[in-house]
Write a protein that binds this ligand. Sequence first.
Ligand code: 5GP
Ligand code: ZN
Length: 136
Amino acid sequence: MRKDNCIFCKIANGEIPSKTLYEDREFRVILDLAPATRGHALILPKEHADDLYDLPEDSAAKAMRLARKMGRIMEERLQCDGLNLVQNNKEAAGQTVRHFHLHLIPRYRDDGQNINWKPGKPSDEELEAVRELIAR
Ligand code: 5GP
Ligand code: ZN
């Protein structure tokens, strides 16, 4: 299903033009309009899903397979030195468009970008408490 007023539904389904790198029945891969680096791309499912939780499991697996395939092509054609996959879910995590997308960010030595976090220093007790909360 497509969602009214969702810009990525419109782009993924070709209603709004985009710089398309790849397309099949389920996905479109486009260049990001405000790229972090040269070749920064987005994998978009054609069916609307708000985020990773909303995406059918099979589509999630296919998106990762497609990331692997596109990453290899980009490495060869762009001669990049590395690749970051970034996937934001919900506003607190930096998601600005509520239609699942997987960022493919080619990295170049000395590209000046920084996809990092400030490392924490939890105690063993804190790590154990969170482990118990999540692990089953
Ligand atoms: P988020 O922050 O939600 O993970 O990433 C949204 C991304 O979509 C951003 O990198 C932004 O530059 C990109 N973006 C937003 N609107 C458009 C658009 O209309 N076309 C394209 N190609 N990219 C877009
Ligand atoms: Zn959508």
